[in-house]
Design a protein around this ligand. Structure first.
Ligand code: NAG
Ligand code: NAG
Ligand code: NAG
Length: 204
């Protein structure tokens, strides 16, 4: 009587394994959301300072009810192909569990078919790069069931640049190093002058 129980366990384990390892493929999702991102300018948005406003809504060309399983929307900042080149850690994989295209979460919100807007200050840790925004619709099981993005399928239009905060920190650091060097030199100069003054007065 051990055997059936044993195979039951194996079967359960296998089905869990299958369920978790197969997951969702991006290519199986329909682009039913219309996503836009607006920003003050097109070039070099400064991380930690500048903002993007993302809106999303259901594309009404799809049959009503297509979105009945949508529970949440997860909005993400994604690398354009040019910022993925030679960086395997940002690689696009069709299997979403392994996909590294969109590692930066912008916001997650309960699903609504229209009137969704979120203004996001680009976080300080966002690296310099070329980006777009993608939103995933999730079902009650937290699985991706549809998406929308600000760019086209080839990820070549409507991209924007973010400039990381580090570039500016470096120049600040250089400024403070120069300033300290200047202080040390002037302090040394001050002591030298004082010593000379002291010697001069002793000689009088
Ligand atoms: C995508 O749309 C097609 C046609 O409307 C439909 O058959 C398919 O089930 C949809 N895929 C998903 C993941 O909802
Ligand atoms: C809505 O979906 C249709 C069908 O896929 C598509 O042709 C159309 O461009 C989409 N509308 C917008 C504004 O993206
Ligand atoms: C969307 O927003 C507009 C203006 O704020 C409002 O008139 C409209 O009723 C809203 N629509 C939905 C579906 O909430």
């Amino acid at each position: 009587m051990e055997a059936p129980a044993g195979s039951m366990v194996v079967y359960l384990l296998l089905s869990c394994f299958v369920a978790t390892s197969y997951g969702v493929y991006f290519s199986s999702l329909n682009e039913t959301l219309i996503v836009t991102a607006t920003h003050a300018k097109d070039q070099a948005l400064k991380a930690g300072e500048e903002q993007i406003t993302v809106t999303w809504r259901f594309n009404q060309t799809y049959k009503a009810g297509t979105d009945s399983s949508y529970k949440m929307v997860k909005v993400k900042l994604c690398y354009a192909p040019i910022s993925q080149k030679d960086r395997s850690w940002r690689k696009t994989e069709d299997r979403l569990k392994k996909d590294k295209t969109c590692p930066h979460k912008i916001v997650a919100r309960p699903y609504a078919a229209s009137n969704n807007s979120f203004t996001w200050t680009i976080e300080k840790d966002i690296p310099t790069g070329v980006y777009f925004v993608r939103a995933y619709a999730l079902n009650a099981q937290d699985q991706e069931v549809a998406y929308g993005q600000t760019t086209n399928g080839a990820k070549s239009t409507n991209l924007f640049n973010v400039q990381a905060i580090t570039g500016r920190h470096v120049s600040l650091d250089i400024a403070s190093v120069c300033f300290s060097a200047f202080s040390v030199v002037s302090l040394a100069g001050f002591f030298y002058m004082e010593k000379r003054k002291g010697k001069a007065s002793q000689q009088k």
